[in-house]
Design a protein around this ligand. Structure first.
Ligand code: URA
Length: 258
């Protein structure tokens, strides 16, 4: 429950200043739960009350969701003594208003692509839990050609050189790009993809994450750029996605691969 003064709430969530909110209230243009209000100093419950300003309903945005196209050289943590963190790529104006932003999931320091940042702990937990079955999609560049036999080996559940057992994973090569592979994972062990290819005597030279669940990285984002996501788009994260469609879409990101 978030109890807040009406004028402060509207000013926080819209472009209107508190002075302008006063004017709108005077003109009878502000409603709370369908009833026109006559004063700005009433308190509302931001989690529950429906506030309508000038015909538009205002939802309380408790959480923030950010899509980042991570560059190599940054670590996916909130603090690191030595290397810059992905949070350093998010402007202070955002971090000052939305406290507690963290990366939901990790990419290695030398990996690039889609990192999802939020202050919504519950959603982050759902994304990361293998039980929730949210797939993550990656393109990898290998130092030896992709072999057809990998498809079955990965599907059967690889055993890493360390002895760790992996869940079944889907992998495929690309026609005319023999050293590239596309992979779908439902778990996130340390350096997992690199270690999976090492177990079939290949080597990952470059890795780029293209998609989380049903949410593809925005093609227009350059490396190091971010965007604040609309709450309705975040729902795609938890939608399923077809492997071949995700693979088809992944071609859009070949231009980033070194
Ligand atoms: N697997 C890896 O090996 N590295 C990553 O960054 C992500 C998955």
């Amino acid at each position: 429950m978030e109890i807040i003064r009406l004028d402060r709430f509207i000013a926080n969530q819209t472009e209107y200043s508190r002075k302008e909110v006063k004017m709108l209230v005077k003109k009878g243009l502000v409603k709370v739960n369908g009833v026109v209000v006559s004063s700005t100093d009433i308190k509302i419950d931001a989690d529950k009350d429906d506030v309508n300003v000038n015909g538009e309903s205002i939802c309380y945005k408790k959480y923030i969701y950010i899509m980042l196209n991570k560059p190599a050289g940054y670590v996916c943590s909130t603090k690191d003594g030595e290397s810059p963190t992905v949070l350093e790529l998010i402007p202070d104006e955002i971090k000052n208003v939305h406290k507690g932003i963290f990366p939901a999931g990790r990419l290695d320091k030398d990996s690039e692509g889609f990192v999802f940042l939020t202050n919504d702990g519950e959603l982050s937990h759902r994304i990361l839990s293998p039980k929730k079955h949210i797939p993550k999609y990656y393109i990898v560049k290998l130092n030896k050609p992709f072999e057809k036999s990998y498809v079955q080996q990965f599907a059967e559940g690889l055993v890493l050189k360390s002895g760790e057992q992996c869940l079944s994973a889907r992998v495929d090569g690309y026609e005319n790009d023999n050293n590239y592979a596309f992979i779908e994972l439902y778990e996130g062990k340390y350096h997992q993809i690199k270690r999976m290819f090492a177990s079939v005597e290949n080597h990952v030279e470059y890795l780029y994450r293209t998609q989380l669940g049903g949410l593809m990285m925005n093609e227009k984002l350059g490396i190091g750029e971010h965007l604040i996501m609309l709450h309705k788009d975040v729902e795609n994260l938890e939608k399923s996605c077809d492997f071949l469609t995700a693979k088809e879409n992944s071609r859009n990101f070949f231009r980033h691969i070194k």
